[in-house]
Design a protein around this ligand. Structure first.
Ligand code: ZN
Length: 118
C-alpha cells in the first residue's frame, strides 16, 4: 500500500468524512467522483446568467428578472451591410432544463428598442 506520508493534504474546508471517503476510494472511484462533482457544480450554477454573446452580437444591456433575463442587443450580420448594426432589439431569455439534464436557452424576441434611451 501507499505510504501515508505521501498522501496529499486535503484543501481546508473539505469535510473530514469526504476526505475519508476520497482517501479510501480507488482511482476509478475517484475519477467517477470528479465527474459527479463537476455535474453537481454545473447543477448548482444552473441559476447563473444563461446569456452568452454570439459572434456578431453586441449585448448592450442585461437585466435579470424573476424567471427570465431581459437582454438588449444589436448585431452585425456581415461586412459591407449598410444597415449594420441592426437593432437594438429587446429579448426575454429563459432557460429550461430538459429531462436528460441538458439546458436549453430560449430567446423570445420582444421588439425593437430605442438606441438613445437610457
Ligand atoms: Zn447588417
Amino acid at each position: 500500500m501507499t505510504d501515508d506520508s505521501d498522501r496529499p493534504t486535503p484543501p481546508e474546508g473539505l469535510p473530514p468524512k469526504l476526505v475519508d471517503q476520497l482517501t479510501n476510494s480507488t482511482p476509478e472511484e475517484l475519477r467517477k467522483a470528479i465527474v459527479h462533482a463537476q455535474e453537481l457544480l454545473y447543477y448548482h450554477e444552473e441559476s447563473a446568467l444563461p446569456v452568452e454573446a454570439e459572434a456578431g452580437d453586441d449585448i448592450l444591456r442585461m437585466t435579470e428578472h424573476d424567471g427570465y433575463t431581459e437582454v438588449v442587443k444589436q448585431y452585425s450580420c456581415s461586412e459591407g451591410c449598410d444597415d449594420c448594426p441592426h437593432g437594438p432589439y429587446l429579448y426575454h431569455v429563459t432557460e429550461e432544463t430538459l429531462p436528460n439534464g441538458t439546458r436549453e436557452t430560449h430567446w423570445s424576441f420582444i421588439g425593437r428598442v430605442n438606441a438613445d434611451g437610457d
